[in-house]
Design a protein around this ligand. Structure first.
Ligand code: FE2
Length: 210
């Protein structure tokens, strides 16, 4: 059965995969390969989602963790500010059309992001899963999702689903199916279908109620 924390793992994987592609494109572009602007330019939306996510963690996850494991979350807030700084550096380099600095900035951003997410998955969220009750976890995830502006939700789905594998897709869908009112979920289903095209068949095989 899908648990609230599976949604976190899924979005973490989307972050990892997107920044890996952006970084690879930035390196190729610094080597004078053409036509990569659209891929590199994705870093802006990528970071918007990252900021919603980090804000949601600071709002809903970290305070719960402070109650059961004092001083743990503090280090992760510092990481978040480091990620903000990595974005600013990238944004400035990209705006200045400095291909070499842009590639250096995406590499630094990716390196820091990967270490941060790996620590969250294996340390912070392990403590969260062990010490916070399942209903509290669910409530926290609900608060977290409120940091995504409603009108941007379709963009979020269109961004996330192509970036994650079948297991993460299945978990996300099962969670949304559980927590969303039926008419809302019906709309989200269409967004997912549009985002992943022929991969939809595998999901209907996994989740027959779709
Ligand atoms: Fe985080």
């Amino acid at each position: 059965m899908a648990e609230p924390i599976d949604a976190i793992r899924a979005i973490h994987n989307a972050f990892r995969n997107d920044l890996e592609r952006i970084d690879a494109a930035a390196l190729d572009s610094a080597r004078r390969k053409e036509g990569l602007d659209a891929t590199i330019g994705r870093f802006r939306f990528f970071n918007e989602v990252l900021v919603w996510h980090a804000h949601g963690e600071e709002l809903a996850i970290f305070p719960l963790l402070d109650n059961v494991a004092p001083l743990v979350a503090e280090a992760y807030v510092k990481d978040h500010r480091g990620l903000d700084f990595a974005y600013d550096t990238l944004s400035k380099s990209y705006s200045a059309h400095d291909l070499l600095q842009t590639a250096r900035a995406t590499a630094a951003f990716r390196f820091h992001l990967n270490i941060h997410l790996d620590k969250e998955d294996t340390h912070l969220y392990r403590i969260f899963k062990d010490r916070v009750s399942l209903p509290e976890q669910g409530k926290a995830l609900g608060i977290m999702s409120s940091t995504v502006p409603k009108e941007r939700f379709p963009e979020l789905v269109g961004w996330m689903f192509p970036l994650i594998g079948h297991d993460d897709r299945e978990n996300m869908i099962r969670i949304w199916q559980m927590v969303m009112p039926a008419p809302t979920f019906a709309g989200v289903k269409e967004l997912i279908k549009k985002a992943i095209g022929s991969d939809w068949a595998e999901l209907t095989r996994r989740i027959p109620t779709l």
